[in-house]
Design a protein around this ligand. Structure first.
Ligand code: SF4
Ligand code: SF4
Length: 82
């Protein structure tokens, strides 16, 4: 029998702030970002929103995993040491 997935609703305001775990720091190049939202869907901490057509990262929650930089189709996100 096939297994089913689940979507867990995430209440950001009640979530623990995971930003302090961060070793690497994602930076969005707003010139390159095309606002596709791919990074938003992949971020495990729901730390990215699209604002004014560009990705914006909430560093209180971003734990620096680097997934956003990997999935961005135009390489608009660079991971740097904080
Ligand atoms: S580095 Fe990880 S936690 Fe931080 S914004 Fe990117 S995907 Fe989200
Ligand atoms: S995946 Fe890249 S281009 Fe798409 S919204 Fe995120 S930073 Fe911008």
């Amino acid at each position: 029998m096939a297994e089913h997935g689940a979507i867990i609703k995430h209440d950001q305001k009640k979530a623990p702030k995971t930003g302090a775990w961060r070793y690497m720091h994602p930076e969005v190049d707003k010139e390159k970002c095309i606002g596709c939202g791919t990074c938003v869907g992949f971020c495990p901490d729901a730390a990215i929103i699209i604002k004014d057509g560009k990705a914006e990262i909430d560093y209180e929650y971003c734990k620096g995993c680097g997934v956003c930089a990997e999935v961005c189709p135009v390489k608009a996100i660079t991971m740097r040491k904080k």
